[in-house]
Design a protein around this ligand. Structure first.
Ligand code: ATP
Ligand code: MG
Length: 247
């Protein structure tokens, strides 16, 4: 089983969108896939029409959780009903404050891939996530702050690796919101590739309004607009990511 955090410290770079569509693509490619909403905003849960159900925060606080079979081969643990502040407070009171999430999620062994959609912050839930996963996927939108977010995220991953003596693979940096009409997209993409070399996926995700629309209708891009380039980009990316995971 492979466990992947979709994570970066910058907000709005396409983490949740990548979790949704990578999750569905992997499921369609025959991988039993579990998505976990680790963000109290609950966007991943909402994208599949789940609202106010027992999820990760309840699992941590009460040991109770519901798993939803949202599509064939695709499962979802929502962000949960319990208040995130209570979760943070609970975690800081634990002697091994960076590990309760790993302990709680270790029971989910019946899938091939777990995808953890993270919040855009440096917090104790995210350090718990990094102590559970074996790899990270970092979406970078085509702007300066997002690029700085990659550097900070890699630094945090490095620190966790050093502290925990566990290895975490950089599955890759995924360029998102690419707009070929703008100079800034090309400049940022060039800089990201120059700085991070083969850590950057060959696939990238272009700006595509249908991706935004699909979420309003609680659909993945493959259901909402299978012939859009959003669907093409995420399918191509998923193939590349699965190849990297098995290689
Ligand atoms: N390729 C794309 N083209 C157009 N819109 C997109 C694309 N990817 C994501 N979006 C839209 O951009 C917004 C932010 O995306 P998303 O929620 O996936 O980012 P995020 O990194 O999860 O944000 P947060 O940091 O708040 O969790 C959403 O409204 C989403 O529908
Ligand atoms: Mg998100």
């Amino acid at each position: 089983m492979r466990k992947i955090a979709v994570i970066t410290s910058k907000g709005g770079t396409g983490k949740t969108t990548t979790s949704i569509n990578f999750g569905h693509a992997a499921a369609m490619m025959g991988k039993r896939t579990l998505m976990v909403d680790c963000d109290a905003q609950g966007s991943l849960s909402l994208a599949f029409g789940l609202n106010g159900v027992q999820g990760l925060s309840d699992l941590l606080l009460t040991d109770r959780v519901d798993i939803y079979n949202v599509r064939q081969n695709l499962f979802l643990v929502g962000s949960g009903k319990s208040d995130i502040y209570l979760v943070e407070r609970y975690l800081v009171q634990q002697a091994d404050l960076d590990y309760p999430l790993a302990r709680a999620l270790d029971r989910f062994t019946g899938v091939d891939i777990a995808i953890l959609d993270c919040s855009p912050s440096i917090n104790i839930v995210n350090s718990n996530v990094l102590n559970y996963v074996d790899s990270v996927l970092i979406p970078v939108s085509m702007d300066y702050f997002a690029m700085e977010g990659v550097a900070l995220t890699l630094k945090i991953v490095d620190e966790i690796v050093n502290d925990s003596k566990r290895n975490i693979q950089i599955l890759g940096i995924l360029p998102t919101f690419f707009d070929s009409r703008t100079k800034i997209s090309k400049t940022i993409l060039g800089e990201v590739k120059e700085k991070y070399g083969d850590k950057v996926f060959e696939s990238m995700i272009r700006i595509n309004t249908q991706i935004k629309e699909s979420q309003l209708y609680h659909k993945t891009i493959f259901e909402y607009a299978p012939y859009s380039y959003g669907a093409y980009d995420y399918y191509r990316f998923a193939k590349e990511a699965l190849q990297k995971l098995s290689g």
